[in-house]
Design a protein around this ligand. Structure first.
Ligand SMILES: C[S@@+](CC[C@H](N)C(=O)[O-])C[C@H]1O[C@@H](n2cnc3c(N)ncnc32)[C@H](O)[C@@H]1O
Length: 224
């Protein structure tokens, strides 16, 4: 199919439902990266740049790593890991997809970032409660709703006492129905972070860059 006719967001819907029909909730991520074969235009979230909503938040808050440790959850091609490295964090980043991690290493392998293939639900024990700054962008929203609480619990566990978590996601009202992937998070969903001992200190609602898409939320938590 010529690239002009290819809609990467439509392909995500298709491949996610093909895998879901076979009872596989996460296999589609690696399959999508594989079939993209190095072409970022085939991955809707791959911008080769830091996430614009996170970058704006980081600039407004003068975010600076000063050698603190950071973890990027579901890092994809590693653009946000690279950005945190530039801000002075000592960065680790993981993704379930071996193809994504190979790709991230090709892009950023020269830089001092630790990239690992790891499942959020089977984390290295040494990474639990180990990070000063944890960044989660768009990893919870494409996981099925029945995995939502477990995913939020798993992300929360990486944050050190005294550390911080930033989540970037599509947002929705509590009573707004969800239909197709990605399934935005509601304030009720977010309350699960607080069950994990994280205190919400900021929720910024950003209009989506692409017209017609749901607002993006940038949410900041502190762990005391
Ligand atoms: C929508 S993409 C977002 C990628 C990246 N955060 C970004 O914004 O460019 C979601 C990512 O989460 C990864 N992922 C999904 N389930 C995961 C899991 N259980 N453990 C680790 N990574 C996972 C996928 O492979 C994919 O790279």
């Amino acid at each position: 199919m010529p690239d002009n006719d290819f809609d990467p967001r439509e392909r995500v819907q298709q491949i996610q439902s093909e895998f879901a029909e076979r009872g596989d909730t996460t296999g589609w991520f690696d399959a999508l990266y594989k079939e993209a074969a190095g072409n970022t235009e085939r991955i809707p979230w791959a911008d080769l740049e830091p996430n614009p909503y996170f970058k704006e938040w980081a600039e407004r808050n003068d975010l600076s790593g000063d050698g603190r440790s950071a973890l990027v959850v579901g890092c994809g091609l590693g653009d946000d890991a690279n950005y945190l490295n530039q801000l002075g964090f000592k960065v680790s980043a993981f993704d379930l997809s071996p193809t994504a991690i190979d790709w991230a290493k090709k892009l950023y392998g020269e830089i001092d970032i630790r990239f690992e293939v790891m499942n959020l639900f089977e984390p290295y024990r040494g990474w639990l409660g180990a990070f000063d700054f944890v960044l989660e962008i768009y990893t919870i929203q494409p996981l099925p709703m029945e995995m939502r609480e477990d995913a939020i619990d798993a992300v929360s566990r990486f944050v050190k006492d005294g550390g911080e978590l930033v989540v970037v996601t599509r947002g929705r009202e509590d009573d707004e129905p969800v239909d197709q992937v990605p399934w935005p998070l509601s304030r009720k969903d977010l309350s699960r972070f607080e069950v994990n001992g994280l205190l919400q200190t900021e929720l910024v609602v950003c209009p989506a860059v692409n017209e017609g898409e749901p607002d993006r939320w940038v949410i900041k938590y502190d762990k005391n």
